[in-house]
Design a protein around this ligand. Structure first.
Ligand SMILES: [Zn+2]
Length: 308
């Protein structure tokens, strides 16, 4: 039966420097049985191991931008995948410069991966949502954020699942196994007496598809409000407390209050804060600030799986 479960596990929640036992940015998005990695800061593969998440199940990696705290873990992870015998290809959605960086490192090591790396580049992504990846589970759009270097936000939309067969209802009408595939395809059922049983009666409504938006590292933008409108869950970086609003502006980052205002204006289901500056040991001040604007705010805590 189709589940359409979407969740995100936080692997790294720290800004630039690993500090306070927090790691640089990475998140594992799970849609049913499919795994997608979002950013891959240093130490990501160790975090995956620590939280018992199977690295080889990752089929796609999304990299927001090429500051080291968002991708320095990628080569190490790819190398481990290779050493552990991976043969299935992996897809990387990223700025095109990353391909060269990966290839230089692989060539210098004199080796080749025994699996294919496929790329989709985000260089031409603009303010409007652009499709950058699609499979049977998800459609992923990207849009431009504003940081010191080109940076993309991602919106992950689950696809609608087909209606599933209602076995209890089928039994009432003595439907045989050979007729089930047609019912799953949407056909009505006609019984021996010529009575039509409508498809809707024999099938169950699929769970509603969920959506997740990931926005790091960026100034707060009006355009982000437009692009993430109504998503079930928004991750928006909140590197600083509102006390550091000027510093946030100077470094092209956002504060808790700014992230919460975007969440509120966009009418999202919930807001996840993260990318915390190393200056914050205790994160409760950041959470309290965000909640003063948008009550459905939560902290990204490493190892925690957030159901969307
Ligand atoms: Zn960063």
């Amino acid at each position: 039966m189709s589940q359409n479960k979407l969740s995100v596990t936080i692997l790294g929640s720290s800004a630039a420097l690993p500090a306070n036992h927090r790691n640089p940015t990475s998140q594992l998005l799970k849609s049913d049985q499919s795994y997608y990695l979002i950013d891959c800061g240093e130490g990501t593969q160790s975090q995956l191991r620590r939280f018992h998440l199977k690295m080889q199940r990752i089929k796609v990696v999304f990299i927001s931008h090429l500051h080291g705290d968002h991708y320095f873990g990628l080569l190490g992870m790819l190398n481990s995948m290779h050493l552990l015998g991976r043969t299935a290809s992996i897809h990387i959605v990223c700025p095109s410069d990353l391909k060269e960086i990966i290839e230089v490192q692989l060539q210098a090591g004199g080796g080749r991966m025994q699996f294919q790396i496929e790329y989709s580049f985000t260089d031409r992504v603009n303010d409007d949502r652009t499709l950058v990846y699609e499979d049977d589970q998800l459609q992923v759009d990207a849009f431009r954020l504003k940081h010191r270097i080109p940076c993309t936000g991602f919106v992950f939309n689950q696809k609608e699942k087909p209606r599933s067969y209602n076995a209890a209802e089928g039994a009432k009408h003595n439907i045989s196994i050979k007729d089930i595939p047609n019912i799953k395809l949407g056909q009505d059922y006609v019984n021996a007496d010529g009575l039509v049983i409508p498809n809707k009666q024999l099938t169950l409504e699929p769970p509603s598809p969920k959506s997740y938006a990931f926005c790091t590292d960026t100034l707060p933008l009006d355009n982000t409000v437009e692009q993430v409108k109504g998503v079930d869950c928004l991750y928006h970086e909140s590197t600083f407390s509102q006390v550091e609003t000027k510093r946030a502006l100077a470094t092209y980052h956002s504060t808790t209050i700014e992230a919460a205002q975007i969440a509120k204006k966009a009418g999202v289901g919930k807001l996840v804060l993260g990318h915390y500056s190393a200056r914050y040991g205790d994160l409760s001040i950041l959470l309290d600030e965000a909640k003063s604007v948008f009550d459905k705010s939560i902290l990204a805590i490493e190892g925690e799986e957030i159901n969307i």
